[in-house]
Design a protein. Sequence first.
Lengths: 117, 118
Amino acid sequence: GNSVTQMEGPVTLSEEAFLTINCTYTATGYPSLFWYVQYPGEGLQLLLKATKADDKGSNKGFEATYRKETTSFHLEKGSVQVSDSAVYFCALSGGFFSGGGADGLTFGKGTHLIIQP
Amino acid sequence: DTGVSQNPRHKITKRGQNVTFRCDPISEHNRLYWYRQTLGQGPEFLTYFQNEAQLEKSRLLSDRFSAERPKGSFSTLEIQRTEQGDSAMYLCASSLGSNNWQANSPLHFGNGTRLTVT
């Protein structure tokens, strides 16, 4: 079945540091890939997505490129802020093959990011 | 667009009791999902509706769990004879789906219902 593996946390960085959170996946077919973010006390929010190989998703200074050859979708940001502190989830949607409904999601375990001023 | 609404936010119950959660999706969304999230883990799929039809259930959904979406709008998730292992955050999400998967909207999540079974 489909699965997502992302780096263990917590990841602690200083403000303005460069961020990379690694994500790799296993899937049949041609999944869509997502990063969701969960701020303290809030629900999951879509951060960015990519629907086919070599697509780059971007939002709020975050970027991730869909790399089919390495089955990866690493999240990057050039200069993080304290307000970026949250839990980040990598996820994929593989249609009827995903075991999660027509466009349901398979999530990684999440990476807790802590940005210190 | 008021977003996906879940009630209650928190529920504490004693082992063996029944509990019911409600989810109100975004009004024009035809697909509704239930997920469960335990501490330190990502959300795990439980079940999925398209309109009023329950189209898929995870093997995580034991016989004690039942979900309904009677009119294709709000949904309820009931857990009978709760166990301590049922303690988790229960998340609801909705989306606007079509036969063209690339036109599907992403999932929009509610803030969840946190269940504690004592």
